[in-house]
Design a protein around this ligand. Structure first.
Ligand code: ATP
Ligand code: MG
Length: 565
């Protein structure tokens, strides 16, 4: 099997894999005694469902805690009440657990620290390091300057500590309307880093919070809440994506001014996948505008979508591992994610037979009314997986594209003059076929060789092709959904002046109805993957099955990488 990521695997010294740069930092910190134990965290904002990019961050922070026997917190970064909800909290928890991780450092909420954060803000004011600004947002933006031009000081910058304390107390007490004033850090309006030009740290927002209700009408800004939460929790290594690199001086400034636990922020490159988008805001649009079935639509790059599609936690963790941790941004081929799934399922999935576009296959010399049970291996890669029996009789279903009315020497499936093996059954030879009024083939008639039974074949006949089939009388009727890339463009978000929805792939979902599955699949359960012989890996979609009233199966991935992008 080809491995598209072979070249991206971490280099190895002998047989010991080398450490990536964050592991190196941690190993050094433990060796020098800077920390006796590491403590990381994953800090999602509960404003949407987690996606495969978050999986990378989860695998990193949880994986490091596991590897170095440290602690890891799940922290809901819930400082923006308008967009957040308890429903997202529950979904995030479920997704992290499903990936196979436990937050042994506890479940935390930034909102639990609102009192402490407020006290930190008061402390900053007391130290003369924060002030209340009454200007409009536009005026403040205009004073900000540009990266090459210094900003100008606010006329409110030199208010006395007493006045600031009084005003901040009024903000907290609900004296001022929303947006009337803000609390800003007093740093340097000429600082070369724009984030250091007196950033906002508190704003007034009368909004119901999913946990603190109406207790607060002021909320801390991300930069103020995030770093201070790290300190409160004693996080040793605070890992985040590269876009936060420019926030690091501010992160460190707060630590210094407040004299709190010195968490260290370390940035790594975010995961970018081709043919997809990964911003929660945009994923929400796909849901709200009805382009997909919901957050867990099997075409979505969300953890819940991948789960419904039939991805396994192991395959996602392998994928994240192969992607690696680096400082440089790059775009990963969606095929790598599929490769990881195939690699896992090839070893673990049970085999079964299904016919997606059925036509009748009649064995003319097989006695009418007779059925025999033929054994078939559940997984040739796993000798412990055992066998199951497949009923075989005179009438079977075969795949429409496995028959041609005319074929050349290179066609190893059925056609006039051809002989093939039916998987785990007998060798059959073409006799004739019946064409319906619409010109389509309706039935193929063959005769079988009774002494060619798989496992005890004494016929001496050679058949080059092997076809899958399902016994007609006992087949389960099902719907099968085949998926393709959600976007036909590799970079749907990368076209100036054009909306990413313009690049949605109109063929991302193909629904096949009237498919025929072997009867052992009656007992299939959601979350148990199967390899349908010659067709790919599939898993039952219980939710959709209930909704439409018959079994629905999702193709998780094809057997080979067939995408031509
Ligand atoms: P989005 O841009 O999708 O809305 P976000 O960064 O706003 O994502 P958060 O809930 O704040 O979402 O993210 C939680 C953590 O996941 C952050 O530490 C963030 O750096 C990380 N993260 C988000 N997207 C990616 C990605 N594509 N690759 C790696 N890590 C990511
Ligand atoms: Mg964010």
């Amino acid at each position: 099997m080809s491995d598209p990521a072979r070249s991206e695997r971490p280099s190895t010294e002998g047989d010991r894999p080398s450490l990536h740069f964050i592991e190196q930092i941690i190993a050094d910190d433990l060796a020098s005694g800077k920390h006796g134990q590491i403590h990381t965290r994953f800090p999602p904002e509960p404003n949407g469902h987690l996606h495969i990019g978050h999986a990378k961050a989860i695998c990193l922070s949880f994986g490091l805690a596991e590897k170095y026997k440290g602690l890891v917190n799940l922290r809901f970064d819930d400082t923006n009440p308008e967009k957040e909800s308890q429903e997202y909290v529950a979904a995030i928890r479920r997704d992290v657990q499903w990936l196979g991780y436990k937050w042994n450092g506890g479940e935390h909420y930034t909102s639990d620290y609102f009192d402490q954060l407020h006290a930190f803000a008061v402390d900053l004011i007391r130290k003369g390091k924060a002030y209340v600004d009454h200007q409009s947002a536009e005026d403040m933006a205009a004073q900000k300057g540009t990266p090459t031009q210094p900003g100008t000081n606010s006329p409110y910058r030199d208010r006395s500590v007493e006045e600031n304390l009084q005003l901040f107390e009024e903000m907290r007490g609900g004296v001022h309307p929303d947006g009337h004033c803000v609390l800003r850090a007093k740093i340097d309006m000429a600082h070369p880093n724009m984030h250091m030009r007196d950033p906002l740290i508190y704003r007034i927002k009368r909004s119901h919070h999913h946990r603190t209700g109406d207790d607060w009408c002021i909320y801390p800004m991300y930069d103020f809440a995030h770093g201070q939460s790290d300190a409160i929790e004693g996080i040793t290594h605070s890992l985040c994506t590269l876009e936060f690199e420019v926030h690091r001086p501010l992160y460190e400034w707060f630590i210094e001014q407040l004299e709190i636990f010195p968490s260290r922020q370390i940035e790594f490159a975010r995961l970018n996948l081709d043919h997809t988008i990964m911003s929660k805001r945009k994923l929400l649009r796909l849901v709200e505008e009805g382009h997909v079935d919901g957050w867990d639509d099997p075409r979505m790059p969300t953890i819940s979508g991948l789960r419904r599609r039939g991805f396994t936690p192991e395959s996602i963790r392998t994928f994240c591992d192969r992607v690696g941790i680096a400082k440089r941004e790059n775009v990963i081929d969606f095929g790598l994610l599929e490769w990881a799934l195939r690699d896992h399922l090839n070893r673990t999935a049970m085999r079964a037979m299904a016919v997606l576009d059925p036509i009748k296959l009649v064995i003319t010399n097989y006695p009418e009314g007779q059925t025999e049970d033929l054994p078939s291996e559940n997984n040739p890669e796993d000798p412990t997986a055992g066998t199951r029996t497949m009923p075989f009789s005179r009438e079977l279903w075969m795949e429409r594209d496995d028959f041609r009315e005319e074929a050349n020497r290179k066609w190893f499936r059925l056609a006039p003059g051809k002989t093939v093996r039916l998987k785990s059954a007998f060798i059959v030879r073409y006799v004739h076929h019946i064409v319906g009024e619409d010109g389509r083939v309706e039935e193929v008639h063959v005769e079988y060789f009774p002494d060619s039974r798989s496992g005890s074949d004494t016929s001496g006949i050679k058949a080059k092709g092997t076809l899958h089939w399902v016994n007609a009388a006992t087949a389960i009727d099902a719907e099968v959904r085949l998926y393709n890339r959600l976007f036909s463009d590799p970079n749907p978000d990368g076209h100036e002046g054009r909306d990413f929805t313009e690049f949605l792939n109109p063929d991302s979902l193909e629904i096949r109805k009237g498919c025929k599955l072997e009867p052992s699949l009656t007992h299939a359960e959601m979350g148990t993957p199967y390899q349908f012989t010659r067709l790919g890996y599939f898993s039952l979609d219980e939710m959709q099955s209930q909704e439409v009233g018959h079994p629905v199966w999702n193709r998780s991935v094809t057997l080979k990488d067939g995408w031509k992008g």
